[in-house]
Design a protein around this ligand. Structure first.
Ligand code: PFF
Length: 450
């Protein structure tokens, strides 16, 4: 992939793998299960699936086409297209919100990325062997309490991300992703089978797939909406930037369907791997961000060959997180590269270090110190960043993106860009013009007034 702003993917497959690499990450395996746990299970999952396909996928198609049409950073592309369509240059704010949002997200995403590296090392060194519920809780607690260690792994995670973005991600990353993404998928299936045989699969199935709408609140609906955007990497400039490296012969509609299905498949598999363990061991469903770190070690600690499977699993999770983190660093790097004309490597290193430093507060907020006592509305620093991006910037950014392509870019430009069959185009156009903006606005209005 790109090492300069006019770079292009080497093939359609390379693009799909990089986009799936961006979409599949901590959002699927770390975030989706704990949000489903907190959101009451089935009803959250159902609403989430609806949002992915009725709102997320149309916006994914919109962002890829805006990127390919603009051929620049998200800010540059939005400005250029607004100009070409003779519309207000304020539309570039969508690009700004994406670049700033991706900066904020990466400043906490990299902290969780660091935890996964730490867990990979724990798995490899046998720390999970015969661990029980209390032991798993204590292991996670000791990582959080050991602030320097958490910051060290956070730094390692950012270091890897910077290294890849600085080099430009050509052959190496493209090749790695094409092998490692399918490997993660296979390993998740192995884990699901293990959980199904040894833990409480029935309880997990009914929790995840029997909707109990009485548990659904407007807040959980907003959470599900934000999560559908987060998981598909939308509204943060990442997908638009990847769209800018896309050649004209790639069919955007079909690619989006593949990306959304792979992403959703991984999230559901992660739920099916984790919840049987949660039920079998009586773990706390609603415990939040610590969920996978408190559950999976128990399974790995007891299964035969668990040290190897555990190391592989957390190793692949690190890879999945890094391929997402790359796409989070890319928007600001591509913007600064475009703006300053300076060397990509220098920009990637500087931006990466700044994000790491900003991220230290997110890391400390999870420990036991004065930073962790700083709270607004019950949220610590990491929680505030997550809430602000996931529940506010992403849905609003997505709404304006849909409004822009649906009402402000000419229908002909979009038809040219998408080259879809007539009937599919009509469905997509209806979704971005009406369904996406109205549904997103409705969720917000209900929260404010109900
Ligand atoms: N989609 C990634 C995940 O699910 O982990 C996270 C992410 C990457 C969100 C890139 C947003 C983004 F722009």
């Amino acid at each position: 992939m790109a090492s300069s702003s006019n770079a292009q993917w080497s093939s359609r497959w390379a693009f799909i793998m990089a986009a799936v690499g961006s979409a599949v990450g901590l959002g699927n395996i770390w975030k989706f299960p704990y949000e489903a746990g907190q959101g009451g299970g089935g009803a959250f999952v159902l609403v989430y699936l609806l949002f992915v396909f009725a709102i997320g996928m149309p916006v994914l198609i919109a962002e890829l086409s805006l990127g390919r049409r603009g051929q620049l950073s998200p800010i540059g592309s939005m400005r250029k297209i607004a100009e070409a369509e003779r519309k207000n240059s304020m539309w570039q704010l969508i690009g700004w919100s994406g670049v700033i949002g991706s900066f904020i997200v990466l400043s906490f995403y990299s902290v969780i990325g660091g935890w996964t590296i730490s867990y990979m090392v724990d798995a490899a060194t046998g720390a999970f062997t015969n661990i029980d519920k209390e032991g798993a809780g204590a292991l996670f607690g000791s990582l959080l309490a050991n602030e320097w260690l958490a910051i060290f792994w956070h730094a390692v995670f950012m270091g890897i991300t910077i290294f890849i973005v600085a080099r430009g991600v050509e052959g190496g990353l493209e090749k790695a992703v094409t092998v490692l993404m399918p490997a993660l998928f296979v390993l998740l299936i192995v884990l699901v089978i293990y959980s199904a045989i040894t833990a409480d699969f029935g309880a997990a199935l009914s929790f995840l797939f029997t909707p109990d709408f009485s548990k659904l609140t407007f807040d959980t609906v907003l959470q599900a909406l934000g999560q559908s955007f987060f998981s598909l990497s939308l509204a943060l400039g990442s997908i638009m930037t990847y769209g800018a490296y896309l050649t004209r012969d790639v069919n955007i509609g079909k690619s989006a369907a593949i990306i959304a299905s792979a992403d959703t498949g991984v999230a559901v598999l992660a739920g099916l791997a984790i919840f049987p363990i949660v039920f079998a061991y009586g773990l706390d469903l609603g415990q939040g961000p610590g969920l996978i770190f408190a559950t999976l070690p128990i399974a790995f600690g007891q299964m035969p060959g668990g040290a190897i499977v555990g190391t592989l699993f957390f190793g692949l999770l690190v890879v999945a997180a890094v391929t997402s983190a790359i796409s989070l660093l890319e928007p600001s790097v591509s913007y600064l590269e475009e703006k300053t004309g300076k060397d990509r490597r220098k920009i990637a290193i500087i931006m990466g270090i700044v994000i790491f430093i900003v991220g230290i507060a997110s890391s400390l907020s999870q420990g036991d110190n004065w930073v962790s006592t700083l709270k607004i509305g019950g949220y610590d620093i990491l929680g505030i960043k997550d809430f602000l991006t996931n529940n506010i910037m992403m849905p609003i950014g997505g709404m304006f993106t849909a409004l822009f392509v649906g009402w402000f870019v000419s229908r002909k430009s979009m038809m040219d860009e998408l080259a879809m069959e007539d009937s599919s185009f009509r469905v997509w156009y209806f979704l971005v013009r009406f369904v996406c903006p109205v549904a997103i606005a409705a969720v917000f209005i209900s929260i404010m007034f109900l």
